[in-house]
Design a protein around this ligand. Structure first.
Ligand code: C5P
Length: 276
């Protein structure tokens, strides 16, 4: 089963998606790390990130692998280097490049294959895995996200004033939501989780609840299909169907309003797995 988690910068997606995957025994895919790898490779190889063809050629030549919690670029552990401020501030033309996006989405599908995965990014529920049975859109207010980011920087010994963190974050939100290909957007069937006022543990519990409800729903739907196919017992179909509806209601109960933005309709490719 594929669980997608999209949302804006600073919503705590990476950390929570990782914790969620560990809690439910799924693999975890950090798709932002892939865009970071391409950016790092261009910077280190003297390839202009503003030359779309050269940057795309570079992306197509790279071998990006995940090994436990490490990210390997052409066999070298770049987990720390891809998080440098220089990479973060250079990433935009790479994330905007349609050829690079297409390539990375293809790699994401190959990586996911037939396994159980929590995949985190901006376009996972809309473009990469539009048929995923469980889609989560994790967000928090801009002020709350900026406050958390400033606290995190302070813990790392970096003093950052809240206003400038908020300004940079607003700029990133604008870039992420306005890109022509693969913009940040909630899938129309995503369940929204708004984490203002929730601790990390409380948010994680909420995410686990959502996944478990969707898992139960998927299981029930399968049983319903089977019982519909060969049902000779009059009541079987309707009782499974109403169970499925009850679970559906529980899974979306209390969710914040969903955006109505139309989703990209890229078909999901079934591909082979290889894992971290
Ligand atoms: O999540 P993270 O901050 O590591 O992502 C790095 C950059 O990659 C972000 O600026 C984001 O816009 C981009 N990205 C993307 N699509 C994804 C994941 C990340 O465009 N699926």
């Amino acid at each position: 089963m594929i669980v997608t988690m999209d949302g804006p910068a600073g919503a705590g997606k990476s950390q929570l998606a990782r914790l969620l995957a560990a809690r439910i025994g799924f693999d975890f895919l950090d798709t932002g790390a892939m865009y970071r790898c391409v950016t790092l490779a261009c910077l280190e190889r003297g390839i202009s990130i503003d030359d779309p063809t050269a940057a795309a050629d570079c992306a197509l030549s790279l071998d990006i692998q995940f090994s436990d919690s490490s990210v390997l670029l052409d066999g070298v552990d770049v987990s720390h280097r891809i998080r440098s401020p220089q990479v973060t501030s250079s990433i935009r033309p790479i994330a905007d490049n349609p050829i690079i996006r297409e390539r990375l989405v293809e790699l994401q599908r190959v990586w996911a294959g037939a396994r159980d995965v929590v995949t985190e990014g901006r376009d996972q529920g809309t473009v990469a895995f539009p048929n995923a049975p469980c889609k989560i859109y994790l967000t928090a207010s801009p002020q709350e996200r900026a406050r958390r980011r400033a606290n995190q920087l302070a813990r790392e010994g970096i003093q950052a004033d809240l206003d400038s963190v908020l300004r940079q974050q607003n700029q990133r939100d604008l870039e992420d939501t306005s890109r022509a290909f693969g913009p940040l957007r909630a899938a129309s069937d995503a369940i929204h989780v708004f984490s203002d006022g929730l601790t990390e543990d409380e948010t994680l519990d909420r995410l686990v609840e959502i996944v478990e409800a969707r898992r139960g729903l998927a299981f029930t739907e399968k049983l319903t299909e089977k019982s519909t196919e060969k049902s000779t017992i009059g009541n079987t179909e309707s009782s499974f169907t109403s169970d499925a509806n009850a679970l559906k209601t529980n899974a979306t109960e209390g969710d914040a309003a969903k955006t109505n933005a139309a989703e990209a309709n890229t078909p999901q490719t079934n591909v082979l797995a290889s894992k971290s």
